[in-house]
Design a protein around this ligand. Structure first.
Ligand code: HEM
Length: 414
């Protein structure tokens, strides 16, 4: 089953990690993978590039806890000779001086600086930014009687708040949000979008050097880790892109859950605690980052009964692991609403930084709460079955979330 260029290359029936099946029923696909291969499945990426997808909870936890065996840098990849320059997933594997690609001491230095820069944000201020941004977005559509809560709301709110934290104005943050979606989807425009983001961040760093302020960029510039421009710019793109996209899907998927599931109907009429419950349930059932690329085997190693070769690409099957029947015994029943043992933010030294997780939760919670306050009779404009998931094996989010409501007066303000 294994070859020098990735063990899955020879598996005749490896699952393709692209195409419409991911759109409709990924959970069913993970179930089939588990039945055929167990917790570690051979898969094929675009262009039939082989990789392993880890969908067992224990196995994924093991991978994430052993960076010595499953390392982060793509320089270890053994399939570089099979990848064309214009490979759609190139932005995900390209080497860059970022926290994502670095290992060991270098990673601790970069991750420490990003962590401190994010932790310096005042949580009350973040909440205020989020409420203001939510109100501004709702003002944009509340006089009509319908909206698409994904395009008009969830896909914009996180970038607007992160933009404020960077000191950007809302209009520029909006343009960045579009570019990030294009880059993360990995289509033919992905590389151009990445170039655009790099250029915009470069301009921002130059501006903050001249005039520092109470923002994330200025805190990074002043950090004792002493990041140079070559490191600062790509790491700012990672923060913005890595923060915006999953928070968009977290908010959108939570809104979907609350609008479609009777258990959450109470919060549409005011019971607040359900918002946090919905956010937690989404992390178990429809986690924003369903699969993540990834890790590289540092040596030949057996994982979940599969023989991995040094340099094999290992994908983090976060959604698959969260719904592993050994963790969640009956399908569809998440293991306890308060239980936070999901792997949605990953685990180990490369996990999503804690201050980032807190920021994301503040933004998503404010997004749901402000919307329900402003449009108390909001309801889905189509049948639940008509809602479509985006065709990405990486992110779990809706194409659109059309709703109707009684028109209300805009609040105005900033
Ligand atoms: C304000 C919003 C957010 C920011 C600024 C942010 C930032 C980051 C950063 C800097 C990393 C890289 C950590 C490292 O390699 O050391 C990261 C990783 C990650 N984040 Fe976040 N994030 C945000 C929201 C989210 C959300 C909402 C999710 C999903 C629920 C998420 C899931 C992940 C995952 C799965 C990783 C990969 C970790 C790994 O390689 O093991 N993030 N995030």
């Amino acid at each position: 089953m294994s070859t020098p260029h990735g063990g899955s290359a020879a598996a005749p029936s490896a699952f393709r990690l692209y195409g419409p099946r991911f759109q409709t029923a990924p959970t069913e696909l993970y179930r089939q993978m588990r039945t055929r291969y167990g917790p570690v499945a051979p898969v094929l990426l675009d262009g039939d590039i082989p990789a392993w997808l880890v969908i067992g909870y224990r196995e994924l936890h093991y991978v994430l806890s052993h960076p010595d065996l499953f390392a982060r840098s793509s320089r270890r990849w053994n399939a570089w000779d099979r990848v064309p320059d214009d490979w759609p997933l190139m932005p995900m594997v390209m080497r860059s001086p970022t926290v994502l690609c670095s290992e060991g001491e270098e990673h601790r230095r970069l991750a420490g600086a990003l962590n401190d820069a994010l932790a310096g944000a005042d949580q009350h201020e973040v909440r205020q930014y989020a409420v203001q941004a939510a109100d501004r977005l709702i003002d944009g559509f509340c006089t009509g009687s319908k909206a698409d809560l994904r395009a008009d709301y969830a896909a914009r709110l996180p970038a607007m708040v992160l933009g404020r934290l960077y000191g950007l104005d809302p209009a520029r943050a909006d343009v960045l949000a579009d570019a990030m979606t294009t880059m993360i989807d990995g289509g033919p425009e992905a590389r151009r979008a990445q170039q655009f983001l790099l250029k915009t961040m470069g301009e921002l760093v130059a501006a903050r050097r001249q005039r520092p302020g109470p923002d994330v960029v200025s805190r990074l510039l002043a950090h004792p880790a002493d990041l140079g421009d070559q490191e600062l710019v790509p790491n700012l793109v990672v923060l913005l892109g890595g923060g915006h996209q999953p928070t968009t899907e977290w908010l959108g998927n939570a809104l979907r859950l609350m609008l479609t599931d009777d258990r959450f109907a109470a919060s549409l009429t005011g019971a607040r605690s359900s918002v946090r419950e919905a956010l937690t349930e989404v992390l178990w059932e429809d986690t924003p980052t369903q699969n993540y690329l990834g890790r590289y085997a540092a040596q030949d190693v057996e994982l979940g009964g599969q023989p991995l070769r040094a340099g094999d690409l290992v994908l983090l099957g976060l959604a698959g692991a969260n719904t592993d029947p050994r963790v969640s015994p009956c399908p569809g029943a998440s293991p306890g609403r308060g239980n936070q043992a999901y792997l949605s933010f990953s685990h180990g030294e490369h996990r999503c930084p804690y201050p980032a997780q807190e920021l994301a939760e503040i933004i998503a919670a404010a997004g749901v709460e402000v919307l329900l306050d402003r449009l108390p009779d909001v309801e889905l404009a189509v049948g639940v079955g008509e809602l479509q998931w985006r065709p990405s094996p990486w992110m779990r989010g809706l194409v659109a979330l059309p709703v109707t409501f009684t028109p209300v007066t805009p609040l105005g303000g900033q």
